[in-house]
Design a protein around this ligand. Structure first.
Ligand code: BES
Ligand code: MN
Ligand code: ZN
Length: 500
């Protein structure tokens, strides 16, 4: 999608030729003489339209307006959340129609042009994403150009660029999470990561089975050993800050398919386990956005990628393996594989002497039961880090909720045959999983995001959401401010024309 930012008053919007004009109408819009304002006033007076966020009214070739179609959409209080709701509704109204070039008028909103532009670009790109990779015919999607009209161009620029960068990151994450497991093997995911190495300040290294064995990642290897697909351990680096500054490390669970292994999952909905690399996809998406935003900080991305399959050589319940940390693990349930690949990646993270480590994983069905699909589970023993992540979730509208980590929750992980078992009982399953991970995080501030409920949607809108890329980007940009550095390292003025 091509986005362009333009300064457009409501009066100017009326003369802007396009296939469709979307006008965001906030509560209490002041009356004015231009055709759009009078159309809004008439529609509200007659009871055909209201400014509540997401309310719609369509018009075809209205008098005095150059656009072929006009969609009035309520934007309520004009907050980022209302803008998101409004743009999603308006894009829904145009879906499947012939519009190619759209003008999205934010000029009537009273709040920050920057926030509105960011929310509008993100929501617009989100609504227009269509998965086509494994369809035989090209996309039916025609809409390809969006002009975002604002009151003050200079003010809107930063938010607009952020919106475009986030849109690029979110759609990359959705794309890789959506791809079926035979089109998103560990090798292919590693290739996608390598592509990101073409962006400025990003470097990518990919380790294979031999290197991983040399590192002593016995836990990760145990999960991978039941599959014909060779594992990959992907290391991404974004170096935007001074060399001496410790990085934030992101660790993404990259199970490209989770059958459960010998502790096999039931057949129903097992296809959804292609999304079990949603954490990895969110790390790729975050790096895509970092590559566009170029903030002044250092970030490392780690992705342990493999399949979890049953096989003659697969790991068996009761097997004991030695993790990279030296701790031995009794694998009582081979379906609790996410923690087994993550623990070795967490140990690997120590070498970066990180400022903080955040792992992102579709880790437990129990988290879906606890929090549903609205908030991701957040686990952290570091209050400041938990606070930063919670705030980033709030500001990006990509919400999370902090869960407890009392040591008593770890009782069930005790075993007579190894240092730790990989599962406890059914009760508090998302917390006991986090307690397992916590054993490998002694050397740095750590947080864990369980995205099992938020990384994808089921039902008619089945597909990946790209979460928590917005949360991670807001968190990382907050880290730049935390280090008292300028928000953005401006190597060049952000482009006003941008493609997502
Ligand atoms: N990938 C699953 C978690 C999952 C389940 C995500 C359903 C989304 C929807 C994970 O590997 C898993 O199988 N976890 C088990 C753990 C159990 C064996 C302790 C689970 O949640 O059932
Ligand atoms: Mn599993
Ligand atoms: Zn899994």
């Amino acid at each position: 999608m091509d986005f362009e930012l333009k300064s457009l008053t409501l009066a100017r919007v009326c003369t802007e030729k396009c296939d469709a004009l979307i006008v965001l109408v906030p509560d209490g819009l002041a009356s004015a003489a231009d055709p759009v304002s009078s159309l809004v006033a008439q529609a509200i007076k007659s009871g055909d339209f209201e400014s509540k966020a997401g309310k719609l009214l369509g018009a075809y070739a209205p008098a005095g307006i150059a656009a072929t179609r006009v969609v009035l959409v309520g934007a309520g209080d004009g907050s980022a959340k209302s803008v998101k709701t409004a743009v999603a509704a308006a894009m829904g109204a145009l879906r499947g129609g012939p519009a190619r070039r759209v003008v999205l008028a934010l000029s009537a909103l009273r709040g920050s042009d920057s926030e509105a532009a960011q929310a509008a670009v993100q929501a617009c790109d989100y609504a227009s994403y269509v998965y086509t990779t494994t369809k035989s015919k090209p996309a039916a999607q025609k809409l390809n150009r969006v002009v975002v009209g604002v009151k003050a161009l200079a003010e809107a620029r930063a938010g607009f660029s952020r919106g475009v960068a986030l849109a690029q990151g979110v759609s990359l994450a959705r794309e890789w999470a959506n791809r079926p497991a035979n089109h998103a093997t560990p090798t292919l995911v590693a290739q996608a990561a390598r592509e990101l190495g073409k962006l400025p300040n990003i470097k990518v290294d990919v380790l294979g089975p031999k290197e991983v064995a040399k590192l002593g990642m016995g836990s990760f290897m145990a999960v991978a050993q039941g599959s014909e697909e060779p594992l990959r351990f992907i290391v991404l680096r974004y170096d935007g800050g001074p060399k001496t500054e410790p990085p934030v490390v992101l660790v993404g669970k990259g199970i490209t398919f989770d059958t459960g292994g010998i502790s096999m999952k039931p057949a129903a909905e097992m296809d959804e386990m292609k999304y079990d690399m949603g954490g990895a996809a969110s790390v790729l998406g975050t790096f895509r956005a970092l590559g566009a935003l170029q903030p002044a900080l250092n970030v490392v991305g780690l992705i342990p990628a493999c399949e979890n399959m049953p096989d003659g050589r697969a790991v068996k319940p009761g097997d004991v393996v030695t993790s990279m940390s030296g701790q031995t693990i009794e694998i009582l349930n081979t379906d609790a594989e996410g923690r087994l690949v993550l623990c070795d990646a967490l140990t690997y993270a120590e070498r970066f002497k990180p400022r903080a480590v955040v792992d992102i994983a579709t880790l437990t069905g129990a988290c879906v039961i606890a929090l549903g699909s609205i908030r991701s589970g957040l686990f952290s023993s570091d209050d400041a880090l938990a606070q930063s992540l919670t705030s980033a979730g709030d500001s990006s509208l990509d919400l999370c909720w902090r869960m407890p980590l009392d040591d008593e929750y770890a009782e069930g992980l005790k075993t007579n045959f190894a240092d730790v078992a990989n599962v406890a009982g059914r009760a508090g399953g998302s917390i006991t999983a986090a307690k397992f991970l916590q054993r490998f995080t002694g050397k740095f501030p750590w947080a864990h995001l369980d995205i099992a409920g938020t990384a994808w949607k089921g039902g008619a809108a089945k597909g990946a959401t790209g979460r928590p890329v917005p949360l991670l980007i807001d968190f990382l940009l907050g880290q730049v401010q935390a280090a008292k550095k300028p928000t953005l390292k401006r190597t060049a003025r952000p482009a006003v024309k941008s493609r997502a």
